[in-house]
Design a protein around this ligand. Structure first.
Ligand SMILES: CC(C)(COP(=O)(O)OP(=O)(O)OC[C@H]1O[C@@H](n2cnc3c(N)ncnc32)[C@H](O)[C@@H]1OP(=O)(O)O)[C@@H](O)C(=O)NCCC(=O)NCCS
Length: 198
């Protein structure tokens, strides 16, 4: 039992003894926050992406040599200015802010919610984080916050898709979503936003 408790704690679970029972709950990061993107955050977001992410992870494909070319940086800004920052936004984008020991929160990635036109009350979620902070439970915390925002915005379902090769993304989605459909070219996850997300 002691060994099981040690392993559970190491895996990020909180253990509480209540009478004869041992309550096991999953701990989520509380040092992460989503703030609606604005011009100031957009410039910090571009810095985070250029420093520590691959363009293919964070924006639609742009022709040309690999890496953060001048054209790709411009396309990144244009992408956000024509989607969430336009006069008629087609999606909501949030900067992922990570609290630090000093100097205020850092922008470490982006998360978005976009209505799915052919599916009423359904939004599509997407997110990316800079490499430095991946694999530390941040993605799970962000996805949960997105689900809360989607529900608060009136959505009944949240969907997300990834590629069969993207193991981290699949694990992230499988842990939260109610159904996960695996196709040859894509993995599609769906979460019913019930009362728990209010
Ligand atoms: C996908 C992404 C957002 C995940 O965020 P993250 O903070 O690294 O994820 P977490 O640390 O919360 O881990 C989520 C799950 O993935 C697993 N995981 C994380 N990194 C992994 C890796 N490199 N390989 C395998 N599993 C991994 C974790 O163990 C965890 O699984 P568990 O809940 O079963 O323990 C991040 O890797 C990323 O930004 N990738 C590039 C962009 C991208 O692929 N976006 C698609 C999102 S739909």
């Amino acid at each position: 039992m002691a060994e099981a408790e040690r392993l559970l704690r190491a895996a990020g679970f909180a253990l509480t003894t209540t009478g004869d029972a041992l309550l096991v709950t999953r701990r989520f990061r509380t040092d992460v926050d989503l703030r609606p993107l604005d011009e100031n955050l957009l410039s910090r977001l571009l810095d985070a992406a250029v420093e520590d992410a691959d363009p293919r992870e964070v924006m639609p494909a742009v022709a040309g040599p690999a890496g953060w070319t001048r054209e790709r940086r411009a396309a990144f800004l244009r992408f956000h200015r024509t989607r969430s920052l336009s006069a008629h936004p087609v999606e909501s984008t949030y900067a992922v802010l990570l609290a630090g020991p000093a100097g205020g929160p850092r922008v470490v990635g982006a998360a978005r919610l976009a209505p799915v036109p052919e599916q009423p009350l359904t939004v599509e979620a997407g997110l990316w984080l800079r490499r430095q902070v991946r694999g530390e439970g941040l993605g799970s915390a962000v996805l949960r916050q997105l689900a809360g925002l989607a529900r608060a915005g009136g959505a009944a379902h949240m969907v997300a898709s990834t590629t069969p090769e993207n193991v981290a993304s699949q694990r992230l989605l499988s842990a939260l979503c109610t159904t996960v459909t695996r196709r040859e070219d894509a993995v599609i996850a769906r979460l019913a936003l019930g009362d728990a997300w209010s």
